[in-house]
Write a protein that binds this ligand. Structure first.
Ligand code: IPM
Ligand code: MG
Length: 368
């Protein structure tokens, strides 16, 4: 029998633990009904890790992440830790684990579920049926570029600075992922840059064109980021795969997420370079944050985290059938009108985090 799949659970802060608990039930269901055994271990990250160990990313967590087949992360951050020194803040834990695991490719699908097309702030026709993939470069760019810092200029004057940098290798490897994704989708890649102003992205565009030449069956287009932000709300269905830098991807993916009605619905996958034996470092997390305002109340939407587990099944374990089953169960509970507060609409049934998780399990069992 194949070795068990090892999954490191990092619930993190705020609603992380609540939504993670629902995913664990889905994992147990897979063990009971599909004979898929997962070895799940828990680890610490973010503010919770800081409180218990003095670091937002304890060494043990890094080691456990390297040892696991895949990592499932909840969310980090909260007002409690905002006044800590910069290097101790929860966000350093998240950025640190991305860097440590070499996760350069961040897949953020923006998919509109039929049952939720009315929940978007945009008109039904603009978003119904939307299915785009934002591919964000995750381990370089201005998020990590050196030099960076805040320096004293004397008196009460200071200078703050960060550096936007990419090497051609970094652009080519994210470019290859974009074209591979497009090959399995609608065969279009739109690369987003600011090549009219920023040299680093002039080079980005030139390298993307070179990658594109190796994939003649995929259509490559380019757009400046300001125009892309506008086009995303004007006519999002013009996009298939959108590939962009770390910071532009951070911003555009929130924008794309909102087209779908709620951040509470969207999963993401962050992938690294496969090693010699083909194992690919991978971390899955919902796009939403730790939502400290509703943490502990049992009302958070667990669907983004459940869908993140589905992405894990698909991308880390090649279990497309099981991933499809999870996705279908989510569609089914939405079609039945169950809603957590973030996606609540008139005439629908408001449910708690646990009730939503239980409903997904019931749909999985009904379909099995
Ligand atoms: C995201 C988040 C993070 C980012 C923060 C929490 C550091 O906004 O995953 O999009 O900026 O990458
Ligand atoms: Mg973000």
């Amino acid at each position: 029998m194949a070795a068990n799949k090892s999954v490191l659970f990092l619930p993190g802060d705020g609603i992380g633990a609540e939504v993670a608990a629902e995913v664990k039930k889905v994992i147990d269901w897979m063990g009971d009904n599909r004979a898929l055994e997962f070895d799940v271990t828990d680890g610490l990250i973010g503010g919770t890790a800081y409180d218990q160990t003095g670091s937002p990313l304890p060494r043990e967590t890094i080691e456990a992440a390297h040892a696991a087949d895949a990592v499932l992360l909840g969310a980090v951050g909260g007002p409690k830790w905002e006044t800590l020194p910069f290097e101790d803040q929860p966000e350093r834990g998240l950025l640190g684990i991305r860097k440590e695991m070499g996760l350069f490719a961040n897949l953020r699908p923006a998919l509109v579920f039929d049952a939720l097309a009315d929940a978007s702030t945009l008109k039904y026709d603009v978003v119904a049926g939307l299915d785009i993939m934002i591919l964000r470069e995750l381990s370089s760019g201005i998020y990590f570029g050196e030099p960076r810092g805040i320096e004293d200029l004397g008196g009460d004057r200071r200078r703050g600075y960060n550096t936007l940098t990419y090497t051609s290798d970094e652009v080519r490897r994210i470019g290859e992922v974009a074209f591979d994704l497009a090959a399995k989708r609608n065969k279009r890649v739109c690369s987003i840059d600011k090549a009219n102003v920023l040299q680093a992205t002039v080079m980005w565009r030139e390298e993307m064109i070179k990658v594109g030449e190796r994939h003649p069956d995929i259509e490559l287009s380019h757009m400046y980021v300001d125009n892309a932000a506008m086009q995303l709300v004007r006519n999002p269905k013009q996009f298939d795969v959108v590939v962009t830098t770390n910071m532009f991807g951070d911003i555009l993916s929130d924008c794309a997420a909102m087209l779908t009605g709620s951040l509470g619905m969207l999963p993401s996958a962050s992938l690294g370079e496969p090693d010699e034996s083909g194992n690919r470092p991978a971390l899955y997390e919902p796009v939403h944050g730790s939502a400290p305002d509703i943490a502990g109340q049992g009302i958070a939407n667990p669907l983004a985290m459940i869908l993140s587990f589905s992405m894990m099944l698909r991308y880390s374990f090649d279990l497309a059938g099981e991933a499809d089953a999870v996705d279908a169960a989510v569609e089914a509970v939405l079609a039945k009108g169950l809603r957590t507060g973030d996606i609540m609409e008139d005439g629908k049934t408001r449910v708690s985090t646990e009730e939503m998780g239980a409903a997904v399990l019931a749909e999985l069992s009904a379909a099995a």
